[in-house]
Design a protein around this ligand. Structure first.
Ligand code: HEM
Length: 321
């Protein structure tokens, strides 16, 4: 037997011994194991069996599949973020590398949003959307987890209530004052709408657990605890600014324009499927969701979501705070 084979066998022996297993049994198992194929490994058949239309309109398929692609990318984002949130002795290089991966995924989501805005016939969309009420992308749980994983809870609280909330506020109270609760109110009666009632039935307890978990491990808190030399790394600061801007301005604007394209088509104004006061609610100027406020200048904060192009141009400038 070759020296290499001996080496591999002794490493296997050590591995199985550590978990009280007989190496020979595992080797015998290998004799009978099926060779792996692409379709088994990637689970293509399961994946391609998940697109179930509610109507006969072909463009509904575009809508379903693009949402599924988004959810897969959300999962990739959380996968990277969690490595920073749970990591120890994080270096600037590691933090920047993970942030740039996350940003690339979000860049992809922002630039591909034209698939929604231009990739469906308005007439078809306006028909199949009637079968989706009262559901909405608002009910994406992973999107909310990305927010909890990215920043301190105070930055996700509705501006009107920030003064009443601090680190000692119970999680449930903070939850009830998250900025997105505003879309969960029927804007004519002020009562919780079906969109949020259904969402909370399914996820509220899970969200409260996650809020607690990420309270001390979110990206912003991890960043703030880094040694000054790492914290002031221009590459890292720019990576954080890029991520913040991509999620909270670029993606939000792409989403807003897609909503506008359909809901205001033909000069008419349609209600959102989730029932929010969407025109006001979805605009970054109103929502002002900012993950890393300390990394922006006063001027940039003042103009959040206003001068989109100029803020992108300024992204690589060192922060002056
Ligand atoms: C034609 C395509 C789309 C339209 C017209 C649209 C419209 C809307 C509207 C009007 C809202 C506000 C809540 C409501 O009342 O429903 C909303 C929220 C939301 N949508 Fe979409 N959407 C589209 C595509 C997508 C896609 C592809 C995703 C990806 C998962 C998505 C994710 C979300 C999220 C996460 C929210 C909550 C945002 C927040 O709270 O700020 N949407 N959408």
């Amino acid at each position: 037997m070759s020296q290499k084979r001996d080496e591999i066998l002794s490493r296997m022996e050590a591995k199985f011994k550590a978990i009280d297993q007989d190496t020979d049994v595992h080797l015998e198992g290998l004799v009978w194991a099926k060779p792996i194929t692409y379709w088994d490994y990637i689970q293509t058949e399961a994946l391609l069996g998940l697109q179930i239309q509610r109507t006969t309109l072909p463009d509904e398929m575009v809508f379903i599949m693009y949402h599924q692609i988004n959810e897969l990318l959300f999962k990739m984002i959380l996968w990277e973020a969690d490595q920073v949130c749970t990591g120890e002795n994080i270096s600037a290089a590691f933090f920047s590398e993970k942030l740039m991966r996350i940003s690339r995924y979000f860049d992809m989501l922002s630039s591909s949003f034209s698939i929604m805005q231009h990739g469906m016939e308005i007439e078809q969309y306006m028909k199949f959307r009637n079968t989706l009420t009262p559901a909405s992308g608002f009910q994406s749980a992973q999107y909310r987890l990305i927010e909890f994983a990215s920043t301190e809870l105070i930055n996700l609280i509705d501006y009107r209530f920030r003064a009443t909330i601090d680190r000692n506020t119970p999680y449930e109270h903070a939850y009830n004052h998250l900025y997105w609760q505003a879309a969960g109110k029927d804007h004519s009666t002020g009562k919780k709408n079906t969109l949020i009632t259904n969402f909370e039935k399914k996820y509220k307890n899970f969200f409260i657990d996650k809020m607690e978990e990420y309270n001390t491990t979110n990206l912003y808190t991890v960043y703030k605890k880094l040694p000054d030399a790492v914290k002031n790394d221009v590459g890292l600061i720019n990576a954080m600014r890029h991520y913040d801007h991509t999620v909270n301005v670029r993606w939000v604007m792409a989403h807003y324009h897609a909503a506008e394209h359909y809901l205001e088509s033909g000069g008419k104004k349609a209600e959102a499927t989730g029932g929010s006061d969407w025109k006001k609610y979805m605009h970054p100027r109103y929502q002002r969701r900012i993950f890393f406020p300390d990394l922006w200048t006063e001027e940039e904060l003042k103009n959040w979501g206003v001068d989109n192009l100029e803020s992108i141009a300024k992204l690589s400038a060192p922060v002056k705070k």
